[in-house]
Design a protein around this ligand. Sequence first.
Ligand code: SDX
Length: 429
Amino acid sequence: MAEFAELKVNGKEYKLPIIEGTEQEKGFDISKLRAESGMITLDTGFKNTGSTQSSVTFLDGEKGILRYRGYPIEQLAEKSTFLEVAYLLIYGELPTGQELFDFKSDIKKHQLVHEDMKKILQGFPSTAHPMGVLSSLATSLTAFFPESLDPNRSAEKINLTILRLLAKIPTLVSWSFTNARGIKANYPDNNLDYVGNFMKMMFNLPTEEYEIDPIVADAMEKIFILHADHEQNCSTSTVRIVGSSHANLYASVAAGINALWGPLHGGANQKVIEMLKNIIDNGGDAKKFLDKAKDPNDPFRLMGFGHRVYKNFDPRAQILKKQADKILERLGVDEPEFEIAKHLEEAALKDEYFIERKLYPNVDFYSGIIMKAIGIPIEMFPVMFSIGRLPGWIAQWKEMRAHNEPIGRPRQIYVGATERPYVEVSDRS
Ligand code: SDX
């Protein structure tokens, strides 16, 4: 029997249908609230508001659960590959052997990028932040594939647009990296797998062939898997709302890249390392920085800590912390930032301020340690997050379009000036 929430306002009663998901999450549907009551809800930052019903990713912030299409992140990180996870997120099921083979072959077919992309890249100063370059290049794909502009085309045309994006972004990222350094661009090698090919395009030099270290490739694979989707976070909500205007996939993802760039979101991984280096440069006194983070008058926040949803622990941070330990040991790399990070985590988890506010390390706290150890430049960290999140953005955009969701257009409560007559400039003081 349908359940309802009852709302009593100004002597009137409204029944709001209760929606229950497959994981027993409940919400009441307010889609008719304004028409029936003339009132709206207000929830700045959408901390209590669901924007959609989705089948892509489930997370439980209290229990530290994260599953892609029902599969636990711990099992996918250990047993799967990034392209297999991308297939799972985008098409909804784990691929058969043949499906995975065909998917990989399709991706390989589209890894090459038009040479004219280099003209766009050469327009950027070498100091350009790679996230600004990436969002520009993602949008510029519409120029090379004008058929991508129409998001209402056939399923196979949309799938071609999806494959091109997944295939070309690693090439574009590596070209932006080599271009910024004035080094000859590397081309995709179809004999390599997705992650190995990316690493080689990034680091291969005309003077020295890049040897793919399986430890490094495995670390990158896991980082991409752990970042692949995260339900309705800031950048994914951006991709969905931009796509809801029937903007094309490339423009929607470019918007997501820009949202992810923010230091409170995907830009945090870069800020974590900068924060840890700052602590080291200032004598390594973690307590001083914890006190700064707790000071309400100090804008400093402990980057990589806290999360809108995870109020217990971020399962990705737990996996990445173990990975960091293993990779640093196997690479024989001594990262002082890692020691400081572990010390900070230990101190914060015992500190009343952090305990009270349920602030734990999030995905960005340890990912930077690993990326730094395997040679990714710090300013590229949010770009790595973008490559990882790409299949999630695509899957969520595809779901929003498949549900034919209406254009996203929130309401507001107006608190500005009430009506007043125009004043001639001569009469203004
Ligand atoms: C990602 O949403 C997702 O799923 C995102 C993500 C994904 O995969 O897409 O998981 C990826 O973006 C991870 C988060 C990366 N960002 C950071 O590490 C930046 C540092 N963290 C924060 O700024 C903050 O914790 C947020 C932005 C992550 C969450 O902020 P909320 O949910 O809006 O919480 P809030 O700002 O209201 O904070 C609640 C309280 C406040 O104190 P009081 O006003 O109650 O006294 O906690 C404090 C905050 O000041 N607080 C922190 C803190 N984070 C929150 N205090 C010090 N250091 C911090 N990091």
